[in-house]
Design a protein around this ligand. Structure first.
Ligand code: URA
Length: 235
């Protein structure tokens, strides 16, 4: 059982304050009868809730991608710094989405959000091995020994052992790195363990998803097809 107003917010009917006004109009019905009391307890599986004659299906699953710009912390709230949540439109915030894993404040690129806790955990689990691909500009030049060390599983300067990862030198001071886990500052620390300081970092890909033409600071929901592909990669 849950409150009717909370259920209506989850369905994306409106914000909490908008729902108050909507309820007053009598446009919301429970089992066909207008209901004006937002505190009314309902069971979405047993009661038929409708708004303006449309039956509501309950909380829908949302998966979205953000092209994160530098300068935002990956957190749901922070007293001092701007958070990635500030880049989401109100309709996504109402769906109670959370960031999938984290990108550092200065890292740019693909950051997923979802309100499906199970999918979120599977996507960040190293056991599911969803590859994340990063482009890095760095001091120093990646060598064949660095490539081998990444492949074997690096030991970071503090002794942390990493899973096997892929390092592809792209040119002077540029590399592509593919990892299947998400330890704190992982790519920066992996590169530092090989004496390369990362100057710029962007996540280009997660599983089969790429940013495509999504501009920095913009967010879009994934298509049904994209969600199905993502699911298949972390089953
Ligand atoms: N690795 C890092 O060091 N930073 C990120 O933001 C993501 C991966």
């Amino acid at each position: 059982m849950e409150r009717l107003d909370k259920f209506l917010v989850e369905c994306g009917v409106g914000s909490r304050s908008q729902i108050k006004d909507i309820l007053k109009t009598g446009a919301v019905t429970v089992n066909g009868m207008p209901e004006r009391d937002g505190a009314r307890k309902i069971d979405p599986n047993a009661n038929e809730i409708a708004y303006a004659g449309q039956v509501l299906q309950g909380k829908r699953r949302v998966v979205a991608m953000l092209h994160k710009p530098a300068g935002y912390v990956t957190a749901t709230e922070d007293k001092q710094q701007r958070t990635v949540m500030e880049l989401l439109p109100p309709e996504l915030l109402r769906q109670d989405v959370k960031p999938v894993g984290r990108l550092d404040k200065e890292t740019e690129g693909l950051l997923l959000f979802t309100n499906d806790g199970d999918l979120l955990h599977r996507l960040i689990s190293p056991k599911k091995e969803v590859p994340k691909v990063y482009y890095a500009r760095h001091e120093g030049q990646a060598t064949e020994e660095d490539v081998q060390a990444f492949a074997q599983g690096l030991t970071l300067r503090d002794g942390t052992v990493c899973l096997s990862a892929k390092l592809e030198p792209l040119g002077a001071g540029e590399s592509r790195i593919t990892v299947c886990e998400g330890k704190y500052h992982q790519v920066r620390r992996m590169m530092a363990s090989r004496d390369m300081t990362v100057l710029y970092l962007k996540r280009e890909q997660e599983g089969s998803l790429t940013l495509g033409t999504l501009p920095a600071g913009q967010v879009r929901e994934l298509t049904v097809q994209e969600v199905a592909e993502l699911e298949a990669q972390c089953r």
